[in-house]
Write a protein that binds this ligand. Structure first.
Ligand SMILES: [Zn+2]
Ligand SMILES: [Zn+2]
Length: 388
């Protein structure tokens, strides 16, 4: 039985020595294997994973590799377990941990920076200068679960306490997996200027981050919030999450003009770009008013042409964000705890962990209009482990 030295466990949450874990083989290939349950070190806990959402970035990692970086290189055939949008229950405490209790439900944010570089010291741990340096003699302690260290497509994972977010009892497992997505949207709005009460926002692209970007902007008091996209069913969900107006870009001649028409003929104060369309940047800089700000939260695969002269002449600010820095996940959870918006509107499908390949196919091919697909441990799986 699992009883590492210095680690606190409880008989109420017995932990096996080995667990089921999906690992990445060649590009696109996932294998279910047995792995040792990891051991939390100082300032870490062991999380029993109860649910994991699949993200577009997981698909990038599984099929292409980046932005995952394992042992300084591509993540394939390294016994690496992807998956980063997970939640669960704390079941063991590393040495000295008293911030969380065994049995407490939590969700996690992805990045625990090294804690010692310039950006980590500024709270920008998703831009850690020691990204991926967590192995061998270059070990700086950086962790980004599912990116540079093992992630959540398995039964147990260790997490630094800085990456844990306590959740209330009435938040479902599925909803809790969405906190980090809302946290990414929150971080984008933080970087754009924080409080946006009464200011105008356009979100381009109704994917998970875009839809929750609408919800977070509205909860922050933005007015109007305009969502652009190509799929009416997703735009409708955007409305339910707080968009004052939606624009189907296939149904208008000029999306920039359509946005301006909805805002009294003027550009908006902020654009959060979540579409990754190659034309998105040039449209975004023309949707904002002079002195406005654009946050880029999605990236096209190739390079995109940019009208730099327009940016300069109009004093437009451009921000790129990576992930969910500055404890934005905690602030997003605060909104969700207050039920300021219902993030579960973007959750469409749930599969058991054993069916991860099916779940990934639903997410990748958008089967049955899938948006957020979640894999869950089988109900009763924990009890079964306890009986063995
Ligand atoms: Zn993600
Ligand atoms: Zn760092």
């Amino acid at each position: 039985m699992y009883a590492p030295a210095g680690v606190k466990t409880s008989k109420d949450f017995p932990i096996p020595d080995n667990m089921k874990a999906w690992v990445l083989g060649d590009p696109g290939e996932l294998k279910l294997i047995d792995k040792a349950v990891p051991v939390p070190k100082k300032a870490e806990v062991l999380v029993r994973i109860d649910a994991v959402a699949i993200c577009a970035t997981d698909l990038e990692i599984i099929y292409h590799g980046p932005p995952a970086m394992i042992q300084g290189g591509m993540p394939h055939n390294k016994n690496f377990t992807p998956g980063h949008e997970y939640m669960g229950t704390v079941v063991a405490l590393g040495p000295g941990v008293d911030e969380y209790k065994i049995g407490q439900r939590i969700t996690v944010e992805i990045h625990a920076g090294c804690g010692q570089c310039k950006r980590c010291r500024e709270g920008m741990y998703t831009s850690c200068h020691n990204y991926g340096l967590n192995y061998g003699e270059v070990d700086k302690g950086h962790r980004a679960n599912g990116f540079t260290t093992d992630g959540g497509f398995c039964e147990y994972q260790v997490n630094h306490i800085n990456t844990l977010v306590a959740i209330p009892d009435d938040m479902s497992d599925e909803e809790a997996t969405l906190v980090v997505t809302a946290g990414t949207a929150m971080y984008g709005l933080t970087e754009l200027g924080g409080l946006v009460a009464g200011e105008s926002v356009v979100v381009t692209g109704p994917g998970p981050i875009g839809l929750l970007g609408v919800a977070v902007a509205k909860a922050m008091g933005a007015q109007p919030v305009i969502l652009t996209g190509t799929r009416d069913n997703r735009l409708q969900i955007g409305k339910e999450l707080g968009a004052d107006h939606v624009v189907n870009i296939r149904k208008v001649n000029d999306v920039v003009q359509a946005v301006k028409d909805l805002n009294g003929g003027k550009g908006v104060d902020y654009v959060v770009e979540c579409s990754a369309a190659p034309s998105a940047m040039n449209e975004a800089i023309k949707m904002v008013n002079r002195g406005g700000k654009v946050c880029l939260a999605a990236f096209p695969h190739g390079e995109a042409p940019v009208d730099i002269a327009h940016i300069v002449r109009n004093n437009i600010y451009i921000y790129g964000i990576r992930g969910e820095g500055k404890t934005a996940t905690h602030r997003a959870e605060a909104f969700m705890k207050q039920k300021r918006f219902d993030a579960t509107k973007i959750h469409t499908h749930t599969f058991p962990l054993e069916d991860l390949p099916t779940a990934i196919r639903y997410a990748k091919d958008r089967v049955e209009d899938a948006i957020k697909v979640v894999v869950k441990m089988k109900p009763g799986a924990a009890q079964k482990i306890a009986a063995e």
